[in-house]
Design a protein. Structure first.
Length: 227
């Protein structure tokens, strides 16, 4: 679905869940686990497309490193001055070679000021779904955490100024993940590097779904009894 926008992917997600329900006969609530802009796809599906009807039965939405308020990196990609430099740094690591942000519908949808993000913000959260937001941070400032940005994360500060923060996963800052009334659950490397258990780079956005501490927490949520 490389050419599909956020709404198109959300429709595909809804259709997939319907097919799974038809195939299994299961009609109860499901849990959704999402990573990165996958959280926005799920929220577009649940809050915008199904927000009034509430036909989709979801117990909890678990989001890992979600750009719920849009992505400063998507905006940075599209910046005429900084975009080519940032894109060049991330080619082969986070974006493919010869990446064109203006030809990528998801990058354009994820810009904080896009119409898609405005609609998503206006839709609001559903009171029949438990929202979980899991993020990572780099308080010790390990460069290996996300070496392409020296261990930091770009974000848009007040007044639209670019700044870098340790409160992020290298790609998504905490300010971008925050939702009203939903606490951020923050995981970070141990100050001494964590020994051989979980190295700092395992906490970055790209490897977030492989982090054993994050996986354990997601499983705890999945096994929790229904409220």
């Amino acid at each position: 679905m490389a050419d599909a926008d956020l709404a198109g992917r959300a429709a595909a997600l809804a259709a997939y869940v319907d097919r799974m329900r038809d195939g299994t006969g299961f009609d109860g609530p499901v849990d959704v686990v999402s990573h990165s802009f996958g959280a926005c796809i799920a929220r577009q599906c649940l809050e915008v497309a199904d927000g009034t009807a509430r036909r989709a039965r979801v117990r909890q939405l678990i989001m890992l490193g979600p750009p719920n308020n849009g992505s400063a990196l998507a905006e940075l990609f599209s910046d005429p001055d900084h975009g080519p430099v940032v894109t060049g740094r991330l080619e082969g690591a986070f974006v493919p070679p010869e990446f064109d942000p203006f030809a990528d519908p998801i990058v354009q949808d994820m810009r904080p000021g896009s119409r898609v993000m405005q609609v998503l913000r206006a839709a609001g959260l559903r009171d029949d779904i438990a929202y979980r937001v899991i993020v990572t941070a780099n308080p010790a400032g390990f460069e290996a955490f996300f070496p392409w940005f020296e261990g930091r994360t770009w974000e848009l500060g007040e007044g639209g100024a670019w700044q870098r923060t340790l409160c992020g996963d290298g790609v998504v800052a905490h300010s971008e993940s925050a939702l009203p009334g939903v606490p951020l659950e923050v995981f970070a490397p141990e100050p001494d590097g964590g020994g051989a258990r979980i190295p700092p780079q395992q906490f970055c956005h790209i490897r977030l779904t492989w982090n054993p501490a994050v996986i354990d927490r997601v499983v705890e949520y999945l096994l929790a009894p229904a409220p």
